[in-house]
Design a protein around this ligand. Structure first.
Ligand code: NAP
Ligand code: F7E
Length: 371
């Protein structure tokens, strides 16, 4: 049985990759960093099928011990500080683990198990201020954020260990990929979560930044398969993974609101605080090498992705509304209780009435928290 080690196993991609590798019959090991309270929500459903180990990309000895303990055949380095705006507010920390962390993991492999195959999670953010369109493996890099700069470092150190030490190291230059498990601060999930809340009457407005930015958005579940395929070849190489189609943030917003029968123009407002010091205005990938060599193509298209994410957020909010203890819920801004506790319930939008039932089937009454 092949053994895979995944750093960043608790993230969006780590969870899909774990599921995929389990289906392929792998023994899956995940690296997690120590926190005062762990968040395993994305891997809760498979936690008993994978082995979790504590280590940190900031700590060399922990990585060497991890590789020694697991003796992996394949290492997928997905851990990173992956939210681009935070890389301006924490540039040193971002460089340290999104950039230098890659060298630490490569060193652990070189010293302890040089035969292990290595996947590095590179990013289309490396193209930044794009030199040509669409971008392929030959397109020069011009990163626009400390995150992008760190990823360029991680990319080239992977190439360098391949050329210097003959390590089987691949860099996947993945364009934006999303899912219902995407972190809430990324624009797609921020939008679909807000659409669901607005539809259910618990949010009024959605504040966004640059609606004209364009991205090549795919589905994370499709992209993790390309990561695995890169490590199944005779020779290591680097690949662009993308859909080849770009759309603006505005198009994403518009489709997401359409899905619930609302017009986005009534709800979306621009807040300059979401603009970036240097923007990546447009990205569109050419994944023809991945198609030719890996026989990889995405299954989920843009419309399906938007609908999938809106539907998932609607469903989870509805479920929460039916089962949650609203007396503790400060996030939605509602105060709730049983009929006896609150007399004011006219503020519940009529269409929400069915959602506000508690676990035992009693009607739950909600009122807006007073300012
Ligand atoms: P994500 O959801 O933000 O997950 C990041 C993971 O890294 C989490 O498991 C996080 O653990 C872990 N991590 C952060 N700091 C760590 C540290 N110091 N030591 C150990 N683990 C640490 O990211 P994603 O969307 O799954 O992306 C996976 C990788 O692909 C990232 O490297 C990202 O930069 C790259 N990438 C993503 C995209 C995309 O569109 N999604 C595109 C190109 C490249 P905690 O749970 O403890 O925070
Ligand atoms: O922004 C614009 C924003 O934060 C996309 C990461 O996974 O993909 C991701 O990086 C675009 C940008 O993703 C808001 O200005 C407008 O142009 O969803 P995002 P990202 O920066 O493209 C790459 C490939 C990675 O590697 C990264 O790890 O949307 N935008 N208004 C906004 N973005 C956010 N977050 N919030 C807004 O309100």
């Amino acid at each position: 049985m092949k053994k895979a080690l995944i750093t960043g196993v608790t993230g969006q991609d780590g969870s899909y990759l774990s599921e995929f590798l389990l289906e392929q019959g792998y023994e899956v090991h995940g690296m997690v960093r120590r926190c005062s309270s762990q968040n395993f929500s994305r891997i809760e459903h498979i936690k008993d099928k994978i082995a979790l180990h504590q280590a940190d990309l900031l700590d060399q000895s922990s990585l060497e011990a991890l590789v020694r303990d697991v003796q992996p055949d394949e290492v997928y380095n997905l851990a990173a500080m992956s939210f681009v705006p935070a890389s301006w507010t924490q540039p040193i920390m971002t460089s340290d683990f999104t950039g230098l962390g890659v060298t630490r993991m490569l060193e652990a492999i070189r010293l302890v198990k040089p035969s292990a195959k290595f996947y590095q999670a590179s990013s289309s953010e490396m193209f930044g201020k794009v030199k040509s369109e669409p971008q392929n493996e030959q397109t020069p890099f011009h990163p626009r954020s400390p995150y992008g700069v760190s990823k360029v470092y991680g990319h080239f150190i992977t190439v360098n260990y391949r050329e210097s030490y003959n390590i089987y190291g691949c860099s996947g230059i993945l364009f934006n990929h999303e899912s219902p498990r995407r972190g809430i601060e990324f624009v797609t999930r921020k939008i679909t979560d807000a659409v669901a809340r607005i539809k259910l009457g618990v949010q009024d407005k959605l504040f966004l930044g640059n609606l004209d930015a364009c991205r090549d958005w795919g589905f994370a579940g499709d992209y993790v398969k390309a990561m695995w395929l890169m490590l199944q070849q005779d020779q290591p190489d680097d690949f662009v993974v993308a859909t080849g189609k770009k759309h603006s943030v505005r198009e994403f917003v518009s489709l997401a609101f359409d899905r619930v029968g609302l017009n986005y123009e009534k709800y979306v407002e621009i807040d300059p605080k979401f603009y970036r010091p240097a923007e990546v205005c447009t990205l569109c990938g050419d994944a023809s090498k991945a198609k030719r060599v890996l026989n990889w193509e995405p299954d989920v298209d843009f419309n399906q992705l938007v609908n999938m994410m809106v539907d998932a957020d609607l469903q989870s909010l509805q479920l929460n509304a039916e089962t949650a203890d609203y007396s503790q819920n400060t996030q939605t801004g509602w105060e709730c209780g049983d009929d006896a506790n609150f007399v004011v319930y006219a503020t519940i939008p009529a269409r929400l009435f069915n959602y506000f039932k508690n676990a035992s089937g009693h009607r739950v009454i909600a009122r807006r928290r007073r300012a």
